[in-house]
Design a binder for this molecule. Structure first.
Ligand code: F6R
Length: 248
């Protein structure tokens, strides 16, 4: 893992948005699709803001872009304002010229008995698209990437998982109380994420400094699933000073 530390999240986000824009344009120039793996949560918001600005002011087009989101709560209606489906439309998809047919967010309403088959087809769709060219990640305080909580296997694929208590506590304010936070989610697996050709993980703020240290300096372990990224040859952690504060 290679890390870059910025004065603040705005500067870090601008660099990441620039890398994504360059990739989209480079792919478009050779008539190819650009396949992006995307995250929700607070960490990527400024990256999406900057991409929207580049679309409006610099003519950045998303016509050749296909996206796959990491995760969605289950059960969760797509039009619920707490859904990741809603989040992505609010922060990115509604403001750029992406073809809705190229947008993929796991469906939070798949019936339980169909989840297995659904997850297999999500995985298959990523492969058919040619794999993820770029995967954007945040990190949870449990060390999760996507919703791959502690105990996740190195080769795990897209599947349904039970959210860790800490993850639900962190989500509680957005849901106006712990009891309202879903207990389950559908997430891409560690194996899915590791196949991405390029991975950028964002972490901002002092709250993340401990898990960032464990992830970068700790032993590789399923107890901190993000440590699996140590074995991915093309991963960069983009941090602000606060998130990097405990690194030696
Ligand atoms: C979101 C996701 C999660 C978040 C993580 C950090 O799609 O997969 O792993 O990236 O929980 O969330 P924030 O950015 O809100 O601190």
């Amino acid at each position: 893992i290679h890390n870059v530390i910025f004065e603040d999240s705005r500067q870090g986000s601008q660099l990441v948005a620039q890398e994504i824009a360059d990739l989209i344009r480079q792919r478009a120039a050779s008539g190819q699709k650009c396949v992006l793996g995307l995250a929700t949560g607070s960490s990527p918001i400024k990256v999406y803001e900057e991409l929207v600005r580049m679309h409006r002011e610099e003519g950045l087009s998303f016509k050749n872009v296909a996206t796959f989101n990491l995760d969605e709560y289950h059960p969760m209606e797509r039009n619920n304002i707490q859904s990741y489906h809603y989040f992505m439309h609010q922060h990115l998809f509604d403001h750029v010229d992406i073809d809705p047919l190229n947008v993929n967010v796991p469906d939070g309403m798949v019936p339980l008995e169909e989840v297995k088959e659904y997850c297999r087809s999500y995985e298959g769709k990523i492969e058919e698209a040619g794999g993820l060219d770029f995967q954007l990640l945040g990190i949870g305080r449990t060390g999760h990437i996507g919703f791959n909580e502690p105990g996740s296997h190195l080769n795990s694929a897209t599947r349904d998982i039970t959210l860790d208590h800490i993850t639900r506590v962190d989500a509680a304010p957005a849901f106006k109380g712990l009891d309202n936070v879903p207990r389950k989610a559908i997430t891409m697996g560690i194996g899915t994420i590791r196949k991405a050709k390029r991975i950028v993980l964002l972490a901002w703020g002092q709250n993340k400094s401990e898990v960032v240290k464990e992830t970068i300096e700790g032993e590789i372990s399923s107890e901190v699933p993000a440590t699996y990224l140590q074995e991915h040859g093309n991963t960069t952690f983009v941090l602000d000073k606060e998130a990097a504060a405990q690194l030696t």
